[in-house]
Design a protein around this ligand. Structure first.
Ligand SMILES: Cc1ncc(COP(=O)(O)OP(=O)(O)O)c(N)n1
Ligand SMILES: Cc1nc(C(=O)O)sc1CCOP(=O)(O)O
Length: 505
C-alpha cells in the first residue's frame, strides 16, 4: 500500500543555484516524506557567490498560485519565507488570515528571509519591507524563525544579551500574538550553536556543537522546511524542533562543494543518528539533573518482559514466573506502609535475582538500597539525580517523543522508556499514542546507546510486533493484571518476547 505523504506549501523565492530557496525546500520536504507545493514570490538570479538580480512576481500571479492550490487540496502545513515587496507581504497576510480561519489545524511557520548568505551582494528584499513584516504577519503564524541579524532588524532587540533579557524584551510581541519565536544561533560565535524557542511562559534551548564546515548555503531554508515537514507529519512543536535541529546537524555534516562559494547542505534523511540529536537546555532546569556521568548500567540479559505492578503481592507473582525486570508502581498516596512495601519489593528482587525498579519514591528507594528508580518527566524537575547516581541506583526515565528522548539522553540514564505506544486504560495520557513506526524509529536511534523499554497498551496480540521494532524490553500492566490467569499470561508473554526473532518455516 502506498502511504500518502503530508502536503506542505512553501511560499518563497526561486534560487537559480538551487542551494537555497524553494529548490532547497523541495529537496528537504521530499527527503522527509512530504509533498511540497510552491507559491513563487520572486525569481532570483544567484550562484554560490552572489545574488545578481531579484524580480518579484506580479500580485495577480501570486494570488493565482494560492487560489489554484486552494481549489485543489488544503495543505497540512505552510512555510512562508522570502516576500520581496510590501505588496506581496500584505497579500500573503490576507491569504494566511483566510487559511487560519478556514483550516485552523494548519501549522504556519514564517522564516523572515531578508538576505542570502552568499559572499558578495546578497540582499533579497527591498529594505522598506522589513518593518512591515511583523505588523502584517506575526498574528497569523505559529512560529517565526529569525536568525540573529533578522531578529535584530525586525525587533530592534540586541541578540547579544542573555536569553532571559531577550525574553523580557519580547513581552510586547507575546502580548500581540501567541506566535513562538525560534531565535537561531547559527550565526553566533561560541563553540555551540543554540536555537532558542521562546513563548510567553518558556525558554527552551536546542544545543549542537558548532561545526567547522564551509558548505552552509540554505541552512535557514532547510531548518524551517524540516520543522514544517515534521509538524505536517503530526509531531508537536518541541518534537518537531528537536528533529529539525538533528536534521540540520546531519545536513551540515554532509554538505557538498558545488560552485566557487559556499556549497549546499546534504539531505541526510529521517533523523535516526543519536550524535545529531541536540542537547536540551532551559534556564529554569533543575540544576540537580546535571551529573555529567552515566547512571549505573542494566544487565541487558535480564530485560525482556517488564511487568509494572502496584503491590508486593503482584510483584511476587510475576517474579515467580521467571521475569528478571519488574517495577513497583504504588499510586496510593495514603499507603501507610509505603516504606515496608518498598523494602519487601527490594528483598523479592534479591531473592529472584531480578532488577526491581521503584516508581517515583526516589528518596525511599535510596534509603532502602533499591536496584533502581523509575521517574517521569515531571519528576525530573524535582528529583535530586546527583544523589540517586551517587547512591549507585539505576535510573529509568519515561519519554513520549523526540524532545523528551533528547532531554532524557543528556542525563545518560540506565534505560529510556518509550510510551505510550497504543491507547491505554491504565492512565490518562496528555499525548497521542506513538504507534509502531515511531517506536521503530526511536529504537533505531537509541540502539547500542541506551536500553529501551516500550510501554502503553501492549497486549498479548500486539507484543510480537512491538518486540520486532528492536526494543530491549516491553513493559505492561493490564495484559497481566487483567488476564484471566495472570501466572500463565506472564509466562506466555515472556516466551513470546523471547522468541521475537524466530522465523517459522
Ligand atoms: C517502564 C515504565 N515506563 C513508563 C512509566 C511511566 O512513568 P511516569 O511517567 O512516571 O508515570 P507514572 O508511572 O508515575 O504514572 C513507568 N512507570 N514505567
Ligand atoms: C504507567 C504507564 N506509563 C505510560 C507512559 O507512556 O509513560 S503508559 C502506562 C500504562 C501502561 O499500562 P498498560 O500496559 O495497561 O497499557
Amino acid at each position: 500500500m502506498t502511504i500518502k505523504p503530508p502536503v506542505i506549501w512553501c511560499v518563497g523565492g526561486s534560487d537559480s543555484s538551487a542551494h537555497a530557496g524553494l529548490q532547497a525546500d523541495l529537496r528537504t520536504g521530499q527527503d522527509l516524506g512530504c509533498h511540497v507545493q510552491t507559491i513563487v514570490t520572486c525569481i532570483t538570479a544567484q550562484n554560490s557567490k552572489e545574488v545578481q538580480s531579484v524580480e518579484a512576481v506580479s500580485l495577480a500571479m501570486f494570488n493565482r498560485q494560492w487560489q489554484a492550490l486552494l481549489d485543489d487540496v488544503p495543505p497540512n502545513a505552510i512555510k512562508v519565507s522570502l516576500l520581496p515587496t510590501i505588496e506581496l507581504v500584505k497579500a500573503c497576510a490576507h491569504w494566511l488570515r483566510k487559511m487560519k480561519a478556514d483550516f485552523p489545524q494548519v501549522s504556519i511557520v514564517f522564516d523572515p528571509v531578508m538576505a542570502a548568505s552568499s559572499e558578495l551582494g546578497n540582499r533579497l528584499q527591498s529594505t522598506s519591507v522589513g518593518v512591515c513584516l511583523l505588523q502584517n504577519l506575526l498574528a497569523q503564524v505559529d512560529v517565526i524563525t529569525p536568525n540573529l541579524m533578522e531578529f535584530e532588524t525586525l525587533t530592534g532587540v540586541s541578540g547579544e544579551q542573555s536569553i532571559e533579557k531577550i525574553h523580557r524584551q519580547l513581552a510586547a510581541y507575546f502580548a500581540l500574538s501567541p506566535s513562538r519565536w525560534l531565535l537561531k544561533g547559527g550565526h553566533g560565535v561560541s563553540d555551540q550553536s543554540t536555537d532558542w524557542l521562546l513563548d510567553v511562559n518558556s525558554m527552551v534551548g536546542f544545543v549542537s556543537p558548532r561545526l567547522s564546515v564551509s558548505n552552509t548555503r540554505g541552512t535557514g531554508c532547510t531548518l524551517s522546511t524540516a520543522l514544517v515537514s515534521f509538524m505536517a507529519h503530526g509531531y508537536d512543536l518541541l518534537d518537531a524542533m528537536t528533529m529539525a535541529k538533528a536534521y540540520i546537524t546531519g545536513a551540515l555534516k554532509t554538505g557538498v562543494q558545488i560552485g566557487k562559494g559556499a556549497g549546499p547542505l546534504g539531505r541526510p534523511g529521517w533523523p535516526l543518528q543519536i550524535d545529531n540529536l541536540p542537547e536540551i537546555v532551559s534556564p529554569n532546569m533543575n540544576a540537580q539533573t546535571s551529573t555529567n556521568l552515566p547512571f549505573a548500567k542494566m544487565d541487558l540479559n535480564k530485560m525482556g518482559l517488564y511487568p509494572v505492578v502496584d503491590s508486593v503481592e503482584w510483584l511476587a507473582l510475576v517474579l515467580k514466573q521467571g521475569v528478571k525486570i519488574a517495577q513497583l508502581r504504588i499510586k496510593d498516596p495514603h499507603d501507610v506502609d509505603l516504606e515496608s512495601h518498598i523494602q519487601q519489593a527490594i528483598a523479592l528482587g534479591i531473592e529472584h535475582d531480578a532488577q526491581v525498579f521503584i516508581n517515583d519514591y526516589w528518596q525511599l528507594a535510596i534509603e532502602c538500597g533499591a536496584y533502581g528508580v523509575h521517574l517521569g518527566q515531571e519528576d525530573l524537575d524535582v528529583a535530586d539525580l546527583v544523589q540517586i547516581q551517587a547512591a549507585g541506583l539505576r535510573l529509568g526515565i519515561s519519554t513520549h517523543g523526540y524532545y523528551e528522548i533528547a532531554r532524557a539522553q543528556s542525563i545518560q540514564p540506565s534505560y529510556i522508556a518509550l510510551g505510550h505506544i497504543f491507547p491505554t486504560q491504565t492512565k490518562d495520557m496528555p499525548s497521542q499514542p506513538q504507534g509502531l513506526t515511531r517506536l521503530a524509529h526511536y529504537a533505531t536511534l537509541l540502539k547500542g546507546v541506551v536500553p529501551t523499554v516500550a510501554i502503553g497498551g501492549i497486549s498479548a496480540e500486539r507484543l510480537t510486533a512491538v518486540a520486532q521494532t528492536g526494543v530491549d524490553s516491553v513493559a505492561l500492566v493490564t495484559a497481566i493484571t487483567r488476564a484471566e490467569n495472570p501466572e500463565s499470561a506472564t509466562r506466555s508473554l515472556k516466551a513470546s518476547f523471547e522468541c521475537r526473532n524466530e522465523v517459522w518455516l
